[in-house]
Design a protein around this ligand. Structure first.
Ligand code: BTN
Length: 253
């Protein structure tokens, strides 16, 4: 298994922007990390709050994709999950569709997968951006605007972000390769970490009002299959907000 280089930056606007603009010069499997971002990008045009607090702001470069680019984000979710479990084996982490990693009922990591296209719009690869709240204080987390947590808050001790990043890098490269050789097995593994499948929840898709129904499954294209009354929705992108009080985490984790 080949390993791309790790590139450590002190400060950058966005590691995803950096990786996309320098795509041609970066190795396949390279990981770009920054201590802080001044314009961290979140999904759906949101801002990713990125202070210099020993968090992980990382972008993984993938040039060799034999599958549609949107399947690539799974590699990030699984690698982050495994690394968090290595550093905090007693805590409970899970995946929330489409791309978030949660610690019980709070978000701890967000993933932004961006396609790199050439001049004629031809696909060249994907940059997988991961923001992991590693050592962020509860004070700093107040500016995030949604219930979020950090490993520091949950573990009550700091984690060395360099050591964490190296471990994450190994897993990203490993899962990148497994996803190419055994995509179906990897998809099944990823799906099994989406613990809300089969649960009755209240969700908001951005279109009011909230819908109560059941998360039936995740389809082969990564779409969320949700039933509410006699309607079945297939969500291919976007975000869902789940009413956490409708979920019994103790029974699930
Ligand atoms: C989300 O909205 O949940 C996704 C957040 C992704 C943030 C990461 S931090 C590293 C990389 N660089 C960016 O500008 N964004 C991603």
């Amino acid at each position: 298994m080949s390993h791309g280089k790790i590139i450590w930056l002190k400060e950058v606007d966005s590691t995803n922007r950096y990786a996309i603009d320098n795509f041609a010069n970066l190795e396949d499997g390279a990981l770009v990390l920054a201590e802080q971002q001044t314009a961290g990008r979140g999904r759906l045009g949101r801002v990713w709050v990125s202070p210099p607090q020993g968090n992980i702001y990382a972008s993984f470069v993938m040039k060799d994709l034999q599958y549609p680019a949107y399947h690539a984000s799974r590699i990030g979710g699984m690698a982050v999950l495994a690394t968090l479990r290595e550093f905090a084996p007693d805590l409970k982490f899970w995946l929330k569709w489409p791309n978030d990693v949660y610690c019980r009922e709070k978000k701890i990591c967000g993933i932004l997968c961006e396609a790199k296209t050439g001049k004629d719009n031809s696909p060249e690869g994907v940059v997988l951006g991961m923001g992991i709240n590693l050592n962020m204080s509860s004070e700093a987390l107040k500016s995030v605007g949604q219930p979020a947590t950090s490993l520091f808050i949950e573990k009550k001790c700091k984690v060395n972000s360099k050591i964490f990043a190296k471990s994450l890098d190994i897993r990203l490269n490993r899962y990148y390769s497994i996803n190419s050789t055994s995509p179906q097995e990897f998809f099944a593994l990823w799906k099994s970490e989406n613990i809300l499948i089969g649960q009755t929840v209240e969700i908001m898709t951005g279109k009011e009002p909230a819908l109560t129904g059941k998360i039936e499954d995740i389809g082969p294209e990564g779409e969320l299959i949700f039933s509410s009354g006699d309607k079945v929705l297939r969500l291919y992108s976007g975000d869902i907000t789940i009413n956490k009080s409708s979920i019994n985490f103790d029974g699930l984790l």
